[in-house]
Design a binder for this molecule. Structure first.
Ligand code: KIV
Length: 266
């Protein structure tokens, strides 16, 4: 049966059925309508909003008020997709009270779940948010909000560190997370974790055997100057937009636009 609106139990069912879960980031009304209409299962209002849309160097620069605005734009325009909103850096580490209060803001803006970064170290925070009746998606492996502590984007869980990633995965599931993002985790470890957990795993740079995949939409659409090696560009949207804007500029400069077919009839 076609899903009218994706809910947490549908994601669990998709894992059980072996149906791959699709997730893309989205930060505004226009892209949300497009991704939602084509049936993308999950939309992530990621804190990558900071880099992608606001032009900051780091995800840590975005705050809860900006995330609330972006979440509202996405949630108002997603008819089917399950909307996940990132709790930004500094909005949940300080206390369980802050974490719950900020998660409530994102849910009031229309999110179906909040996402936060961290495994074992964040398990009690996840539990507190879940106890407030809020769905939590966890994010482990490479966690961009800790980029300074982790020494920049790099694969996590190689060698002895694999056990830490496994413990993180178990801890977030035990704390009540409904799904977990695995970022830059070696594929064999992501595969083992996917087999072991009962909640869906969503991979980014974590191989092909996770229950779902997520990409930053501007990366997969060819809108970024640079993308990591695990990203596939599925369309040259950046080039198409450049060409359209160039054609518009040329037409205005040559006075071939507006023309007789494109005039407001007075
Ligand atoms: O903010 C984001 O875009 C993310 C994805 C990289 C998973 O967290």
């Amino acid at each position: 049966m076609a899903i009218k609106r994706v809910r947490a139990h549908h994601l669990a069912q998709m894992k059980a059925d072996g149906t791959p879960i699709t997730m893309l980031t989205s930060y505004d009304a226009i892209t949300t309508r497009i991704f939602d209409e084509i049936g993308t299962d999950m939309l992530l209002v990621g804190d990558s909003y900071a880099n992608v849309m606001l032009g900051f160097d780091s995800t840590t620069s975005v705050g809860i008020d900006e995330m609330v605005v972006a979440t509202g734009a996405v949630a108002r325009n997603a008819k089917r997709a399950f909307v996940v909103a990132d709790l930004p850096f500094g909005s949940y580490e300080t206390s369980h009270e802050d974490a719950v209060a900020n998660a409530v803001k994102l849910i009031k803006a229309g999110a179906s779940a909040v996402k936060l970064e961290g495994g074992v170290r964040m398990a009690e925070t996840i539990r507190a948010i879940v106890n407030a009746g809020i769905n939590v998606v966890a994010h482990i492996g490479y966690t961009p909000q800790s980029e300074n502590a982790l020494g920049g984007p790099r694969v996590q869980g190689r060698g002895d560190a694999a056990e830490q990633i496994r413990q993180d995965a178990r801890a977030v599931q035990d704390a009540g997370a409904i799904a977990v993002v695995l970022e830059l985790v070696p594929a064999p470890i992501a595969t083992d974790i996917t087999r072991e957990l009962t909640i869906p795993t969503i991979g980014i740079g974590a191989g092909e055997h996770t229950d779902g995949q997520v990409l930053v939409w501007t990366d997969m659409a060819g809108m970024s100057d640079w993308q990591p090696s695990f990203v596939k560009v599925f369309g040259e949207v950046g080039m198409a937009l450049k060409n359209a804007a160039q054609a518009y500029n040329d037409a205005v400069r040559s006075r071939s636009f507006p023309d007789s077919d494109h005039r407001f009839n007075q």
